[in-house]
Design a protein around this ligand. Structure first.
Ligand code: SAM
Length: 277
């Protein structure tokens, strides 16, 4: 193998630059997927060099996504706008939601066109799910997109998901404003679901940031206080913001591992869900 071909017979559309790693494909490589190229695997190796358990972090993040989506479905949510969705190869939002409510609508948005290329084929037979290439940094383009408009009913509650993407792949430009623009168009009863890299002063968190900066040029960590601000002042649903491995929305009776007993890699990302009143 020349190391540049992810699977036999697959020809990347010509708009892809396979010589530069992208977040979607590096994450796919860390998750053990096949939709990545040599440059992406090199990017993944940089993560593994700094944080040997990066793959476990990626898997825990997807698991947190599933926990959050299924909690939201149980709250009656049947529409999801999932921005920074990544490749829908490993269990993702539509599977998590439609497992409980087959009618649930899911719009995936990602600024990496490879997500659409793969999503089209994978989702061709699923009328309740669609994939859109757009960028969180241009929220009005997301809102005006005809697939977004066709699939989602903005007169009823929607869950806005910024999972494994939000602030941590953007510096302090104005990420909260992009999210506000979108959430402002959603009615009361809508939710905002975020997972993010956190900074509680641990060396491995800093190592994760270093890996991101070295491989992709971004991937900042932020304090829990700053991450809470990303929820725009909306109240967090119990259990609030917590490390992924300890975060079980809607399961107040669950016995949790004390944060200090988690593995260090389990203290790299936090999750939270807030509700618009
Ligand atoms: N949400 C999935 C999950 O948590 O399992 C995938 C997370 S993946 C680490 C982050 C995704 O966000 C990548 O697919 C990347 O292309 C996408 N992304 C990064 N910046 C973005 C932006 N400004 N607008 C839309 N998507 C973006």
């Amino acid at each position: 193998s020349d190391g540049a071909t992810p699977n036999e017979g697959y020809q990347p559309p010509s708009e892809f630059d396979i010589n530069e790693p992208t977040i979607a494909r590096v994450y796919d490589a860390l998750l053990g997927g096949k939709d990545n190229f040599a440059a992406d695997r090199a990017g993944a190796d940089t993560y593994l060099k700094y944080v040997p358990d990066s793959g476990k972090c990626a898997k825990e993040n997807r698991e947190a996504l599933v926990k959050g989506v299924q909690y939201l479905v149980r709250q009656g949510i049947d529409q999801f706008l999932d921005i920074g969705s990544g490749l829908p190869t490993v269990k993702n939002t539509h599977e998590a939601a439609q497992e409980i409510n087959p009618e649930a609508k899911v719009v995936y948005v990602d600024n990496d066109p490879i997500v659409l290329a793969h999503g089209r084929a994978l989702l061709a037979t699923n009328n309740s799910t669609t994939v859109v290439t757009a960028d969180l940094r241009r929220p009005n383009e997301i809102l005006e997109n005809e697939d977004v408009q066709r699939m989602l009913d903005f007169s009823r509650p929607i869950a806005l998901m910024i999972v494994g993407l939000h602030m941590h792949f953007h510096d302090d430009e104005q990420p909260d404003e992009w999210v506000r623009t979108i959430l402002d168009t959603m009615p009361a009863g809508s939710y905002l679901f975020i997972t993010d890299f956190v900074d509680t002063g641990e060396p491995l968190q800093k190592a994760m940031e270093q890996a991101g900066l070295e491989s992709l040029g971004n991937g900042w960590i932020r304090t829990p206080e700053r991450i809470k601000e990303h929820f725009l002042g909306l109240p967090l649903e119990p259990p609030g913001l917590d490390f992924l491995a300890r975060w079980f929305p809607g399961e107040p009776d669950r016995v949790l591992t004390p944060a200090e007993d988690l593995e260090p890699y389990q203290r790299i990302l936090m999750a939270g869900i807030a509700k618009k009143g």
